[in-house]
Design a protein around this ligand. Structure first.
Ligand SMILES: [Mn+2]
Length: 280
C-alpha cells in the first residue's frame, strides 16, 4: 500500500504507464495523486485525462488543477483567445466523452490535504502570506465557483491576466478569484512583500532582482506543512524548506517523477526527447 504523488503529465501517457509499471502500481491497494497539468503540449492528453478521472472516481487518488487544465476548461467554455499552435487539446474537445471529462475536470480542487500526514498538494505553490488553513479556504472559493453555473463565465471572461499580483484580504469578485488561481497555478517567484511575478520561468538565480522562489520567503506562514507541487520544470527535483518539487520536465525529455509518501522516496522514469509535437 503506497501513495504516489506524480509530477506534471502534460499528455505524456506512455511514460506514466511505464513509471507505474516500474513502481509495481496496483489500483486496488495504491493511491495516485497528480499535481495538475494533466493535459496539453504532450501527445496523449485525452488518455491522461481519462486515466486520472478513472482513478479519482474510483476513490483511488486525487488531483489538483494546473494552469494547463484551466486552459482546457477555458477552451471548452468557448474562449478563442489564447489558443496556441502548441496546444494538443483538440482530441479532448472532439471526444465522445468530452462533456463528461470537462464536467468532471472543472469540479477538481486547487488544494488537497492529506487526511493523516501534515502534507498538501497544489500545482505551483502557496503564497507566503497564507497559512495552510487560509490557503485551503481560498482554494475553496475558486472550487465553489467552478462547481457553480458561473463556471463558464469565470474561465472565459475573468480568469486570464496576471493582475492583481499582490494579495489583500480586501480583494473581491473576479480579481480575488484570479489572484487565487494565479497564485496556486502559476507562481514561481515573489518579492519581499509576497507579491507574485509571472514572467520569469527559469531556475533560481535567473529571476529579476528583488525576487526569490516563493518557498524561501523568510516569513512564509505555511512552513509547518509539507507542500508538494509541480509546474516549475526548470527547478527540477528540489527537496528543501519543507517543499517537494515534482515537475522534472518529462515533456521536455527530462523525467517523470513520483514521490512515495509513506517512506519519503523519489522515483523517476527517463522520458524520450520526442514528446512535443513536431519532434516525433
Ligand atoms: Mn503548470
Amino acid at each position: 500500500m503506497a501513495t504516489y504523488i506524480i509530477g506534471d503529465l502534460q499528455g505524456c501517457f506512455d511514460p506514466l504507464l511505464q513509471l507505474l509499471q516500474q513502481l509495481n502500481y496496483n489500483i486496488a491497494t495504491d493511491e495516485l495523486w497528480f499535481v495538475g497539468d494533466i493535459v496539453n503540449r504532450g501527445p496523449q492528453s485525452l488518455e491522461c485525462l481519462r486515466f486520472v478521472k478513472k482513478v479519482v472516481e474510483a476513490g483511488r487518488g486525487r488531483m489538483v488543477l494546473g494552469n494547463h487544465d484551466f486552459h482546457l476548461l477555458a477552451q471548452a467554455a468557448g474562449l478563442e483567445r489564447f489558443r496556441s499552435r502548441k496546444d494538443t487539446l483538440q482530441p479532448i474537445l472532439e471526444a465522445p466523452d468530452r462533456d463528461a471529462l470537462i464536467d468532471w475536470l472543472r469540479q477538481q480542487p486547487l488544494l488537497v490535504r492529506h487526511p493523516v500526514y501534515p502534507a498538501v498538494m497544489v500545482h505551483a505553490g502557496i503564497p507566503p502570506q497564507w497559512n495552510h488553513s487560509e490557503a485551503a479556504a481560498h482554494a475553496d472559493e475558486v472550487h465553489d465557483v467552478l462547481r457553480s453555473s458561473d463556471w463558464r463565465v469565470f474561465v472565459r471572461e475573468h480568469l486570464f491576466g496576471s493582475e492583481p499580483t499582490c494579495w489583500s484580504d480586501a480583494l473581491q469578485g473576479w480579481d480575488r478569484l484570479r489572484y487565487i488561481v494565479n497564485a496556486f497555478c502559476r507562481m514561481r517567484y515573489c518579492d519581499a512583500d509576497g507579491c507574485l511575478e509571472f514572467k520569469a520561468k527559469g531556475k533560481p538565480g535567473s529571476q529579476p532582482p528583488g525576487y526569490q522562489p516563493w518557498f524561501v520567503h523568510p516569513n512564509r506562514r505555511n512552513k509547518d506543512i509539507a507542500i508538494f507541487f509541480g509546474h516549475w520544470s526548470t527547478l527540477g527535483a528540489f527537496d528543501g524548506y519543507n517543499v517537494h518539487a515534482l515537475d522534472t520536465g518529462c515533456l521536455w525529455g527530462g523525467q517523470l517523477s513520483a514521490w512515495r509518501l509513506e517512506d519519503g522516496t523519489r522515483h523517476t522514469l527517463q522520458c524520450p526527447q520526442t514528446l512535443q509535437p513536431g519532434k516525433a
